[in-house]
Design a protein around this ligand. Structure first.
Ligand code: ADP
Length: 497
């Protein structure tokens, strides 16, 4: 098959629990398919409650020794993991592209991106400083120390099979937590390969446990973790409805939560913008991973004075995008993750057109010779979009740019914020006063100012409003896996004093 691996044993097809590769207790299997053609090319366990419990037992048993391991030693293990990920960049990139469909160049890029989080948190592990507080009364010493929260359950989506795992597991391990994880059902192989490399790096038994399940059984696995008081934190990236479910159900044992949920990112181009830079920024932000990222611009607002020029320049760029299989050297847009995803894009475009939008480029499924399956959608530009359309209300998660014309700054700020979500926003302007005003007014956790590529391991990634809470990456990212303990020592030690 295309995208074959030099190390075939990196394609693991079992769970990893307590340092053993194992099948689901009841032997059920889950097929893994090529997103382009839906052809099945591997099978993994379809785990259930018994496997989920075994994973927590292992993580809990491993916790005392792992949290007592000096931070420097934990850091060294993470650095070995990092080195192995880099050494296997090509194989991991191929696995990502094979199961997720992104062009191989992006698959390789994602490996580096994932590795950057492992390296970052290896370094941060040794810097989990506490505080010494100047005592407000005589006769005391007051200190603050940071401790690992305990067993962490990580639940990840399919769009960045390596980066999502790395962003959650690296800080957890750095903090001294042990982990049970369930990768997305569409993309389990990359997580299992990363787990294999963590095993090779020398991670002690039980510190990282990986349990794979189908969409139908995801809740059975995760419900066990939600109900178990030994699991002290849930870290989740995915849809807002599932995030809310996790928040509700973890209330029973009051777990700490990090939720990175849907976005509905606005991308605003003001009359005073550098139009070429704005087009470039939109291309980078929108078409990464075929538009299947939670920080993708979902609603594009362009001010009246530059609207037509912007649309003209953008349309030329979008029409030139090469759509094709992940393995084809020139591919820029791969297949969507599955048929459901393409159906949603089709529904959004049809709805927009029925409400008055015009198709400038694309607007259809692709079934050409260069596409090896039914799950391709043409990169699309729509004009005349408005707030009533499904593509403005929900994330399209595909290569569609709906453009709305606007007149005033106040109007566009109100429109940009008129959503329950608040993950990322982008705007282009060369007016310095406007830059600060608009940055202030946008209700999101991340703002791109004259920049379309925002993600970096050194930056705090996360949202506000119904896009969730918690931050991944940066020094803030480690804190999410730690709790604060206050130590107060009395100095009234008797006569000797
Ligand atoms: P997406 O729409 O991107 O697939 P989801 O929120 O549905 O986002 O899925 C993200 C992750 O959440 C996946 O690992 C999926 O298996 C898991 N998941 C889906 N439904 C549930 C559920 N009811 N309980 C726990 N996890 C779930």
């Amino acid at each position: 098959m295309p995208l074959s691996l030099t190390r075939a044993d990196l394609q693991r097809t079992q769970n990893f629990i307590n340092a053993r590769w194992s099948d689901a207790a009841d032997g059920r299997r889950l097929p893994v398919s090529d997103p382009a053609s839906d052809a099945v090319f591997a099978e993994v366990p379809d785990s259930g409650a018994a496997d989920a419990r075994a994973a927590v037992d292992a993580a809990q048993a491993a916790l005392p020794a792992w949290r007592a391991t000096p931070a420097k030693q934990r850091a060294q293990l993470l650095k070995r993991w990092h080195a192995l990920i880099l050494a296997h960049q090509e194989d991991l990139g191929r696995l990502i592209s094979r199961e997720q469909g992104k062009p191989l160049a992006e698959g390789r890029g994602e490996v580096l991106y994932a590795a950057s989080y492992v390296e970052w948190f290896a370094e941060e592990a040794t810097r989990a400083y506490g505080d010494v507080i100047p005592e407000p009364v005589r006769g005391r010493k007051m200190l603050v120390v940071k401790e690992p929260v305990g067993v962490v359950a990580a639940i990840t989506p399919w769009n960045f099979p390596a980066a999502m795992i790395a962003r959650k597991i690296a800080p957890a391990l750095a903090a001294g937590c042990t982990v049970v994880a369930k990768p997305a059902e569409d993309t389990p192989l990359t997580s299992l390969a990363l787990t294999r490399l963590a095993e090779e790096a020398g991670l002690p038994a039980g510190v990282l446990n990986m349990v794979v399940a189908s969409r139908e059984r995801a809740a059975e696995v995760v419900d066990v973790w939600l109900a178990d008081g030994r699991v002290r934190k849930i870290t989740f990236t995915g849809s807002t409805p599932v995030g809310k479910h996790l928040a509700r159900e973890s209330a029973g044992t009051l777990k700490k939560l990090s939720l990175e949920l849907g976005g509905n990112a606005p991308f605003i181009v003001f009359d005073d913008a550098d139009i070429d830079a704005a087009v470039e920024g939109l291309m980078a932000a929108k078409f990464r991973n075929g538009g299947q990222t939670c920080v993708c611009p979902n609603r594009v607002f362009v001010q009246r004075g530059v609207h037509d020029l912007f649309v003209e320049k953008l349309a030329l760029r979008v029409a030139a995008l090469v759509v094709g299989p992940a393995s084809a050297p020139g591919s820029q847009i791969g297949p969507m993750i599955n048929g459901r995803a393409v159906d949603k894009i089709e529904r959004h475009v049809a709805d927009a057109v029925s409400r008055g939008a015009s198709i400038v480029v694309g607007g259809r499924r692709l079934r050409s010779d260069s596409c090896d399956g039914p799950n391709y959608y043409a990169p699309t530009v729509l004009t005349g979009a408005d707030a009533s359309m499904a593509c403005s209300l929900e994330e399209t998660f595909g290569p569609v740019v709906p453009i709305t014309r606007f007149d005033s700054e106040a109007e566009v700020i109100a429109a940009a914020n008129d959503t329950p979500f608040g993950l990322a926003a982008y705007f282009y302007s060369r007016d310095i006063a406007r830059v600060w005003r608009v940055s202030d007014a946008l209700e999101t956790g991340i703002v791109g100012i004259n920049e379309g590529a925002l993600a970096a391991e050194a930056a705090p990634f996360g949202g506000i409003k119904e896009s969730g809470y918690g931050r991944e990456g940066s020094r803030y990212g480690l804190d999410d896996y730690m709790q604060t303990k206050y130590l107060c020592q009395g100095l009234n030690l008797g006569a000797a004093a």
